[in-house]
Design a binder for this molecule. Structure first.
Ligand code: GAP
Length: 446
């Protein structure tokens, strides 16, 4: 199974999905760049998330808060003091591990062996705060110090009052945000799983204390449904309840939705009950009233907060792992092609970076194919035109990047084209003038 991740890393680079950051200078660990197909996939995931949780609901509004915030935000939130990872180092090979990885039962066997021979010999655990320090202004002293945000949540807490007022929302309501976050992680070996620069999509959902437990359960369901709507199989995920003694400093209850990655079942997304920890802490530190006043009951209180959260890159890795199929010997579709193995990316059409590829059988048919391509482009941006190489090779190229449909234009004079389905390889003749309707129906979920 470990091998599957190596295959995905090499495929992702070869096909322009994910490339190591700063590679021409030898790279920078835990940082990745996204190529043309990668950024398209990422944007499609984010668009669907925004559509599902912001545009389709009346009780959630979106914001974009700044990455850099006053240092007092991180002092009040507890991050400066309590946002710590515990790490140990092997005295022989100097590899560093997070304590939670060593304790995790599904990783114990992988970690126990030292490349220098025998078992690792660990140092005493050390505490490490993964926030990147940064100075705002020209003088680098204590006064100018702050941090790159390690989560987007705090932006939603400090803007809570203003957002509630301008959007005229009443409890229960939520604030949603997708944005860059930064953590100086100890261990970044598992590709996109744990990176140092990544995007979080999260919602702070403000509720009346007492209603928090019921609404928490609803969000576990909503989060699960969203993950499955992206094409991830139900069997590939499982819930994990955090034991009380392992909860984060702000949480009353946390459930992780874990994905069965090739390197073990690990957190993909989480739902936390943050109680009134953040709003009360910011009110005490800033002196600004962050309570909700209920006009009907005349009650004034700090709302409790249910926080569903997920990392976009981690979700993207889970989607790719789930969709990635390597077929040794190929699918035998074309006799002239004998492939050692074929890769098919079974992406859900709603997030596929290319929805349809238009392929003239031979270059002589390019003009006719270009007309169809340009016409389809008026409906979907994500259309590709490819005239180079044999038709079999072009199908393989599209299968590898997850294109659900290929349209082949041939010499037949019947005003029809051939539409090929990526997963079944079934080919259907479709009237050219019916093509758009046909594709609209097939891609309807988008
Ligand atoms: N506001 C809550 C919060 O930040 P978290 O569990 O620390 O909670 C949220 O992070 C999500 O961000 C995780 O569920 C995970 O999907 C993702 N995530 C966290 N650290 C990450 C990293 N270093 N690289 C990629 N994704 C990460």
């Amino acid at each position: 199974m470990e091998n599957k991740l190596e295959k995905i890393v090499s495929w992702a680079k070869r096909r322009g999905f994910v490339m190591p950051g700063s590679e021409i200078y030898g790279g920078i660990s835990g940082i990745y760049d996204f190529g043309p197909y990668g950024v398209a996939l990422k944007n499609n995931i984010k668009k669907l998330w925004w559509k599902t949780f912001v545009e389709s609901r009346d009780d959630i509004v979106g914001i974009e808060s700044a990455i850099l915030m006053n240092r007092q935000v991180w002092q009040a939130s507890g991050h400066e003091k309590d946002f710590v990872d515990e790490l140990v180092e092997c005295k022989k090979c100097h590899a560093r591990f997070r304590i939670d990885e060593i304790e995790s039962s599904n990783l114990k066997s992988q970690i126990s062996k030292c490349p220098e021979g025998g078992e690792h010999e660990f140092t005493e655990p050390k505490q490490f705060n993964p926030m990147f320090k940064i100075h705002v202004g020209v003088i680098e002293d204590e006064k100018s110090l702050t941090y790159l945000r390690p989560e987007t949540a705090q932006g939603m807490f400090i803007d809570f009052r203003q957002v509630m007022e301008v959007s005229r929302k009443k409890i229960p309501f939520g604030i949603a945000q997708i944005g860059k976050s930064f953590r100086n992680e100890i261990n970044t070996k598992d590709f996109l799983f744990r990176v140092r620069e990544f995007e979080i999509a999260e919602i702070e959902y403000f509720v009346k204390p007492g209603e928090d437990e019921k609404i928490f359960d609803e969000w576990v369901k909503n989060w699960e449904e969203f993950i499955l709507s992206l094409g991830i199989k139900k069997d590939s995920i499982e819930n994990h309840e955090h034991p009380k003694e392992k909860l984060a400093h702000y949480s009353k209850r946390t459930i992780d939705i874990q994905y069965k990655f090739p390197f073990g079942s690990k957190e993909l997304a989480g739902i936390a009950n943050r109680t009134d920890f953040d709003l009360s802490s910011h009110e005490k530190a800033s002196g600004k009233d962050l309570k909700f006043f209920d006009e009907e009951s005349k009650d004034k209180y700090w709302p409790y907060v249910i926080e569903p959260t997920l990392g976009i890159e981690r979700l993207m890795l889970a989607i790719i792992c789930d969709a990635f199929e390597e077929i040794s010997g190929g699918r035998g579709e074309s006799k002239e092609e004998s492939e050692a193995s074929e890769i098919v990316l079974h992406l859900d059409p709603s997030i596929a970076p290319v929805k349809v590829a238009v392929l003239p059988l031979v270059k002589k048919l390019s003009d006719k194919a270009q007309e169809i391509y340009k016409d389809l482009k008026t409906c979907w941006g994500e259309i590709e035109f490819d005239e180079s190489g044999s038709i079999g090779r072009r199908y393989r190229r599209q299968d590898e990047i997850g294109t659900p449909f290929c349209i082949t234009i041939d010499f037949e004079e019947d005003n029809k084209v051939t539409v090929r389905d990526r997963d079944t390889m079934k080919q259907e003749r479709v009237e050219t003038r019916e093509l758009k309707n046909y594709l609209f129906e097939k891609l309807e979920s988008f």
